[in-house]
Design a protein around this ligand. Structure first.
Ligand code: ADP
Ligand code: ASP
Ligand code: MG
Length: 419
């Protein structure tokens, strides 16, 4: 019997009507003969609203309490979805993350899944029920509630799929697949039918939020096939799986952009060994994620060190930068939160010279100035002015000829993107 895990994002369950439509879809899969587990996100903008409420109480709330708060969003969804399935005359049972044995580390607000003890899910499936699981949440071995970071319901779904040996993990969202760029920015973006874990990992890491980065890592590590598709239509979406010889090897698979980071610069740092080590030790101790790093050429024994970090980590980064400036006798630190990253991803880059040159030329022709550059074997990322990032995405998309057919984007303004 086919075993399917289906994940529904915030927009897909954003209203009672949408919730009923999702229930109908789940029941249809069951009637077609599958054992179905549905993983759900908080409705619409609920997670953002909870974050906003917390910020009004305390700009830096205790992370344990933050998780306690955020986990409530998904708990509302699972109960309502189970009710919607009952209303259609079918048996469903809802479980929180802790109830289905999603065991995480102690990294409150960005916890990592260590283990899935899926017996309870399997038993409920054996009883002929549809199982509904709250996304985005888990529990530490000593019983603390944790959340997995924004977009974490995708990771719950993949982890449950691995835990019960599902045939496929379907991620239902408000677009009908992974496109060559965010279709809300490049209206002529093209849907990708099949993509390798490797390329999807780079796209997700570069900001293509349609699939959460950790979910793709988990899928690759456990061999889970992902089918990313729309909860609004029945058209096939994008399959994410191990690369094989049948896959078309595009030189460039897509363009991604990310406006969630800021640039921190520590100015006039004495240029001597150990300086970078002490700056980044401070950042690591403050639990600040650091992405791109650049150290400028030294002048008169002084240098500047810049790095990018998620805006969500800025409160902690500022405090750590204060300590680093004092320790090193640097002049000051500054933050630029109007930057954005634009990335070009493609496995064929490894063997095709000239991609970087064409990328920089396309940006320059669009009058986009490049601030920082970083590369991996299959990705080139440029930091640009935030206000120019959408123009940059379109310029790269055009330059590399990534467009093709019409794009379907479901616009649901009343309940937003859910994240
Ligand atoms: P959900 O709430 O269902 O998890 P998300 O908002 O997390 O949905 O992800 C879907 C959104 O991802 C789309 O609405 C789209 O704007 C955005 N997106 C960014 N990059 C891409 C891409 N390359 N392909 C498709 N969608 C993308
Ligand atoms: N509700 C959480 C968020 O908005 C998790 C998710 O939707 O995947 O980030
Ligand atoms: Mg998402």
């Amino acid at each position: 019997m086919t075993v399917i895990v289906q994940k529904y994002g915030g927009t897909s369950v954003g209203t009672p009507e949408r919730m009923r439509a999702v229930a109908g879809r789940i029941v249809a899969s069951k009637l077609a003969g599958a054992r179905v587990v549905a993983v759900v996100s908080a409705m619409g903008d609920v997670t953002d609203d909870l974050l906003g409420m917390a910020a009004k109480i305390d700009p830096e709330p205790p992370e344990r309490e933050m998780d306690m708060l955020l986990a409530t969003g998904e708990q509302v969804s699972i109960a309502l979805l189970a009710m919607a399935i009952h209303a259609l005359g079918h048996e469903a049972i809802s479980f929180t993350g802790p109830q289905v044995g999603i065991v995480t580390d102690h990294g409150h607000t960005k916890a990592k899944i260590m283990e899935v003890r899926a017996d309870r899910v399997s038993e409920a499936l054996d009883d002929g029920r549809i199982v509904i699981v709250a996304g985005f949440q888990g529990m530490t071995p000593d019983g603390q509630i944790t959340t997995l970071g924004r977009g974490g319901s995708d990771t719950t779904a993949v982890a449950v799929a691995a835990g019960i040996g599902a045939d496929v993990c379907e991620i239902y969202t408000d677009v009908d697949g992974v496109y060559t760029a965010d279709p809300r920015v490049a209206r002529d973006a093209r849907k990708i039918d099949v993509i390798s874990y490797e390329e999807m990992l780079e796209l997700a890491a570069a900001g293509a939020g349609v699939l959460n980065l950790r979910s793709v890592e988990f899928a690759r590590n456990h061999g889970v096939t992902i089918h990313c598709r729309s909860s609004f239509t029945d058209v096939p979406g994008t399959i994410v799986k191990e690369a094989d010889s049948s896959m078309e090897q595009a030189i460039i698979s897509g363009v991604a952009h990310d406006t969630s980071e800021a640039k921190v610069t520590i100015r006039d740092v004495p240029d001597r060994p150990g300086v970078a080590a002490s700056v980044f030790t401070r950042m690591a101790e403050a639990n600040v994620n650091v992405d791109m790093i650049i150290q400028n050429v030294s002048e008169a024994g002084m240098t500047d060190i810049s790095f990018t970090t998620p805006k969500a980590d800025l409160v902690r980064a500022r405090r750590a930068a204060d300590a680093a400036v004092a320790e090193l006798g640097a002049r000051e630190w500054t933050v630029d939160d109007s930057i954005a990253k634009v990335s070009l991803v493609g496995a064929g880059m490894k063997t095709h010279p000239g991609v970087a040159a064409q990328m920089f030329r396309a940006l320059s022709d669009a009058d986009v100035n490049i601030d920082l550059i970083s590369t991996s074997t299959i990705r080139i990322t440029c930091v640009v002015e935030g206000a120019q990032v959408e123009a940059a995405v379109r310029a790269l998309h055009d330059s590399f000829g990534l467009s093709d057919a019409e794009v379907t984007v479901e616009s649901v303004p009343a309940c937003g993107g859910g994240e």
